[in-house]
Structures are given as C-alpha cells and as structure tokens.
Design a protein around this ligand. Structure first.
Ligand code: NAP
Length: 297
C-alpha cells in the first residue's frame, strides 16, 4: 500500500518510520527540499517531494501539518489525488478541521493519534510512538465507511488502540485530558516565574525534581500546539478552564479554612480517581539479584 505524508515534523516523520517498517511505501511532501533529503536519509520516507503531484499514486494521505494548515492543505492537494484516495489528518482538534476538510475532499476522515512529546520537528521523530496509545477516528454522517475502515486498519497496524467518536465528543474529551493540562501546566510555570525574590526563584529552579518535571512537561512543549488547541477548540478549552477554576477556588477555601479533614477527603478522591485516566507505571524492579544456590557436588 502506498501512503503519502504531508508535513514531516514530529508526528508525520514518526508515522513514516513506523509505516515503512511495516512495509508500506511512503511518499513524503514537505515545503523545503532540505526536509525531503533529511527525511529520506533518516528512513522516514521512501521518496520526498516539494510538489503535491507526488501524491497522485498513493492510496491514503496523512496530513500532519499544524492545525491551521490542515484544511487548506486538503484543499491544495485535492486536484492531485486519484478519485478514491483516502485523506486523513492527525490534528489535535477535530470539529473545526473535519467540518472544513470534508468540504474539500469527500474521502476525508478525521483522526488523532494521542501520542506526542515535548520536542517538535523531524529530528524528534521516534519509532513506535503510537503503539499502545489511543488513535481516535472521528467520522461524520457523510464519511464513506470504506475510508474509515482504511484509516482504522492503518492505525491498528501501528499497534494503536483505535476508537471512534464524533468530532464534538473528541473535542470535549481531549479538552479535559490534553488541552486543559497544557493550559494548567503553562500557568504553573508562569506562577513560578512570578516569585519576586530572585534568590528564592533560583533555589526553586535548583530544587525542581521529578514532580515538577511531570507537571510542567506539557506546559513547556511546542508553543504552537498549545496556541492551536486554544484557538481551534476555544469553547471546550474555556469550559474546562471555568470548571478547573471552580476546583481551584474550592481548594483555596479548604486551605484558607484549615479544613484538613475535607482536604484529606479531596486528596483521597483524586488518588482513587487517577487510575481511571492513566494506568500507574510499574516501578522498575531494583531488588538485589540473588544468586542461585551453588549446586552441591
Ligand atoms: P511539528 O513537529 O512542528 O511538525 C509540523 C510539520 O508541518 C513540519 O514538518 C512543518 O514543515 C510543517 N508545516 C508547518 N506549517 C506548515 C504549513 N503552513 N503548510 C504545510 N506544512 C507546514 O508538529 P507536530 O507535533 O508533528 O504536529 C503536527 C500535527 O500533529 C498537528 O496538527 C498537531 O495538532 C498534531 N499532533 C501533535 C501531537 C504532539 O504532541 N506534538 C500529538 C498528536 C497530534 P517545515 O519543516 O517545512 O516547517
């Protein structure tokens, strides 16, 4: 099967690495020849091109550009595609993208692999990035079933967990677990920057360890991604921020009132709820290796 990838950044190049390893023939399209050359050298694509005509023979195109460029890219590649080429995207927001892109190409299927990392660009690409992660497919009434099945089959080949839901349900759900965390994590970093005593601020930077690493990771990631989440999923991001502010207000009241009983109950609830969202990581086994008893002669 021939696959096209437009946008050879973190997600596009990671997809290319996996798809080639799985035996797909991968054609990459980037804006600059340099990127094409790098992508071929890194084993991300079989061929690279700066022109959309390279997509003519492919069966399925993954649009892996920033969110704002997805629908315009679908419109731009449409004249070069064969009649039933499936076009899908990887954008972190679905309603606005699916609505616009489906008007440019009837065989468009919205998709979102729920995998990523702090770094951006081709150099950050990683094999196996999608394995074991959710891959959400967001068809609408007019999306052809065959097109949905083709994207689902490729996602399953990547060893991702495939889910189907409406673009609206996707955007509301990811606001809670992806977009809101980016906003909260960035405001955590901003709050730390507001420390007026420079000596204390420096100490905080020196003391920061695993807890701060975990909670600041998504707020310290690609700024363009956070901006696009807020712009293109604005209503759901605002809704989740309002709910979050209510929780912060409740928390502030508990601490102000020294209501330790209620605070303890609150923290027990959150401790019990977390495994419903993320499977706790198994701690590595660091017990000393016990040598087997020597055989008696
Ligand atoms: P990235 O590493 O910055 O890659 C974006 C790529 O798109 C770059 O190769 C860039 O090409 C190209 N590009 C930028 N502007 C473009 C334009 N106007 N027209 C055509 N190509 C353009 O970003 P990414 O993290 O891979 O994100 C790509 C998509 O994946 C986004 O839609 C994002 O929502 C989605 N996503 C991201 C994550 C994540 O955690 N990073 C997770 C899931 C989904 P040049 O090299 O030419 O600049």
């Amino acid at each position: 099967m021939k696959v096209g990838i437009v946008g050879l950044g973190l997600i596009g190049a990671s997809l290319g690495l996996d798809l080639r390893r799985l035996g797909y023939e991968v054609v990459g399209v980037a804006r600059r020849q340099d990127t094409c050359t790098q992508a071929v050298a890194a084993g991300v694509v079989d061929r690279g091109s700066t022109g959309f005509e390279a997509l003519k023979p492919v069966d399925c195109v993954f649009v892996c550009t920033p969110i704002a460029a997805i629908a315009p890219t679908v419109a731009a590649i449409a004249p070069y595609l064969s009649a039933h080429t499936v076009v899908t995207d990887v954008g972190s927001v679905k309603q606005a993208v699916v609505q616009a892109a489906s008007q440019h190409w009837p065989w468009f299927v919205g998709g979102h692999p729920m995998a990523g990392k702090t770094e951006a660009g081709l150099a950050a690409a990683e094999p196996g990035l999608f394995a074991g992660r959710a891959y959400v497919i967001t068809p609408i009434d007019q999306t052809p079933e065959d097109a949905v099945a083709q994207v689902a089959a490729i996602a399953a080949d990547l060893k991702a967990e495939v889910y189907h839901c409406s673009p609206e349900a996707h955007d509301r759900a990811v606001a809670w677990i992806s977009h809101l965390p980016v906003m909260i994590s960035s405001s955590l970093i901003q709050a730390c920057l507001s420390e007026p005593d420079q000596a204390v601020a420096t100490l905080a930077q020196q003391f920061a360890s695993s807890g701060f690493r975990d909670t600041s990771r998504v707020g310290g990631g690609n700024p363009e991604l956070g901006l696009m989440m807020a712009r293109y999923n604005r209503a759901e991001v605002l809704r989740s921020l309002h709910h979050y502010r209510q929780q912060l207000d409740r928390l502030t009241t508990l601490v102000t009132d020294e209501d330790w009983g209620s605070l303890s109950h609150w923290l027990q609830c959150t401790q019990q709820a977390r495994p419903h969202f993320v499977v706790p990581e198994v701690a590595p086994d660091v017990s000393p290796q016990v040598a087997p008893p020597e055989a008696k002669s």
